[in-house]
Design a protein around this ligand. Structure first.
Ligand code: SAM
Length: 285
């Protein structure tokens, strides 16, 4: 006999901003807590009111929707924060976890600065799901969002990540996948790469191989849908030991300590402030 399904939590929630993750495809991936929180929010800030309207309809939830994308004005954010002072307000994105390559960063900071409580209601995230099923080292990973669309910028971004001793995780689009794979093949022909497509959906697919082999595969079978692209760490990074000092020395010979710290932080995943302090020390010697 099937066990009783857990029920939706009924405890009343207080005022504040609730960052609520929503499914990345399979509607069954909404959490019980997300349903409970959304059900108690009179206002839901969202990227696209049509997308979120459909989700709320599916859940049988009625709420006012306020569009909040990267172009939202400070006044729009202030109104959302004012409402969150007195009642629960949710922030959702079209899919997955808000703020992960999605809007919300300014709203969260401004809410915190205004003394409004900010709570995360976790759930689906394509980057994490892809990492979980790619079969690449998952002990350290660096999420790098979308690769730039322009060839030169894409190559520079990849080159800047060359020293990172961790699996790299990118969001990618179907039309650009092959170009990105070819750029990765040129830089790192030996590294293992994975492409996770249409996660949680009917045509979910995850392939692993060299970037060149995957580029050939997708040239012959043009991909559709949503994609996460992952690149395994360099072979010698089992015990990642990046010589940040050497990188900093090289960088401060060519640029200001602040720019050098930013560049090395990007390349190593290190803390920019700490690298800046170290860059100043090295420059003073
Ligand atoms: N905030 C979302 C999250 O938590 O995953 C990501 C939003 S970002 C604007 C959208 C990108 O995430 C897509 O272009 C794709 O790269 C990736 N993505 C979202 N859903 C996906 C899925 N079901 N399968 C594979 N990738 C997905």
């Amino acid at each position: 006999m099937r066990a009783e399904l857990p029920s939706i939590p009924s405890a009343k929630i207080g005022p504040g901003l609730y960052i609520v993750a929503t499914p990345i495809g399979n509607l069954g991936d909404i959490t019980l807590r997300a349903v409970a929180v959304l059900g108690q929010c009179a206002l839901v800030a969202c990227e696209d009111t049509r997308v979120t309207g459909k989700l709320l309809k599916h859940l049988g939830i009625k709420a006012r929707l306020q569009r909040l994308d990267d172009h939202a004005s400070p006044e729009t954010r202030a109104r959302i924060i004012d409402e969150a002072r007195v009642s629960p307000v949710a922030l959702v994105s079209d899919a997955g976890t808000p703020l992960i390559s999605d809007p919300g960063y300014r709203l969260v900071r401004e809410a915190q600065a205004a003394g409004v409580g900010v709570t995360s209601v976790p759930g689906a995230c394509a980057a994490v799901s892809a990492l979980a099923m790619a079969g690449l080292p998952s002990d350290r990973f660096l999420f790098a969002g979308f690769l730039p669309a322009k060839e030169k910028a894409r190559e520079e971004t990849l080159a800047g990540l060359a020293q990172v001793g961790a699996t790299l995780v990118f969001y990618e689009t179907a039309p650009r996948l092959e170009k990105s794979l070819r750029a990765i093949a040129a830089l790192w022909p030996e590294r293992e790469v994975a492409v996770a497509r249409e996660l949680t959906k009917l045509h979910e697919d995850c392939r692993r191989g060299t970037a060149a082999a995957l580029a050939e595969h997708y040239a012959a079978n043009p991909p559709k849908g949503e994609i996460v692209l992952l690149v395994g760490p360099p072979a010698d990074s089992e015990t990642p030991e990046v010589d940040a000092d050497a990188l900093l020395r090289e960088a401060i010979a060519a640029m200001s300590p602040s720019k050098a710290a930013a560049q090395v932080a990007k390349a190593t995943g290190g803390d920019r402030q700490a690298l800046y302090t170290r860059a100043m020390e090295l420059k003073g010697r």
